[in-house]
Design a protein. Sequence first.
Length: 118
Amino acid sequence: MALVRRDGPDLSARQLGVFLTCYLRDGGHTVRGLAAELNVSKPAITRALDRLGELDLARRKVDPLDRRSVLVQRTMKGAGFLRDLRAIMGEAASGGNGSRKSATSSSRETGRRATASV
């Protein structure tokens, strides 16, 4: 839930997939390579990279060895986003929910107290 409630960029599943592939897998990433790896079209990767670029989570650079190819680069903001994402996922995996109680558990406690006082 923290991922949904937090302030910050909203990414689609495809954008998040492209982002995570670029940040978690070593090596140079190209539009062609990402499309093949994620089994989607090159235009879909381009649209995802457009959004990641708008948010400064990734940037594109012409490959100096092959000017027809475009490399995807990581950014400092993207590294920070990944760090935050890892923290949120780690907290979720450990069952942590911060100091918030769910509405269901609160209503259960209220019901128990009311029953106990009768």
